[in-house]
Design a protein around this ligand. Structure first.
Ligand SMILES: [Zn+2]
Length: 130
């Protein structure tokens, strides 16, 4: 499962041990170890202890997040079950108002039948035919 790590909490000029880094971004310490060992997160020192530069950790996590981002074309909605962009079922689209005034699109996934939700701005409302 993808986790939203606390990237903003990282201080770029600080160096972090595995434990400190995992505490700051709220990740498991073993995840940080694995990123160094397998995924190319660089260390600034190995002795006397492993240290990661905050700027490197921040860049690594931003790139990691960007790789997982899915492009959703016009007229499609991201399905949380299918984990991809899907075309909503024809005629299943409905528009709802939220308490904050945002328009919320409800529809059904054409692949799994699950419920799709998407907040819409003025431009997106035109794209979906409202
Ligand atoms: Zn689906």
């Amino acid at each position: 499962m993808t986790k939203n790590f606390k990237i903003r909490q990282i201080k770029e000029r600080h160096s972090y041990t595995y434990e400190e880094a995992s505490r700051v971004i709220q990740a498991n310490k073993n995840s940080v170890r694995r990123w160094v060992a397998e995924d190319g997160l660089p260390l600034i020192t190995k002795e006397p202890q492993h240290l990661i530069l905050g700027a490197d950790l921040k860049r690594f996590l931003i790139e990691k997040r960007a790789k997982k981002r899915v492009h959703v074309p016009k007229g499609y909605v991201y399905c949380l079950r299918c984990k991809c962009a899907v075309k909503p079922v024809e005629g299943s689209l409905s528009l709802h108002d939220t308490k904050t005034g945002v328009k919320l699109l409800h529809a059904n996934c054409s692949s799994c039948g699950g419920e799709l939700r998407k907040s819409l701005n003025a431009q997106l409302m035109k794209d979906y035919g409202f």
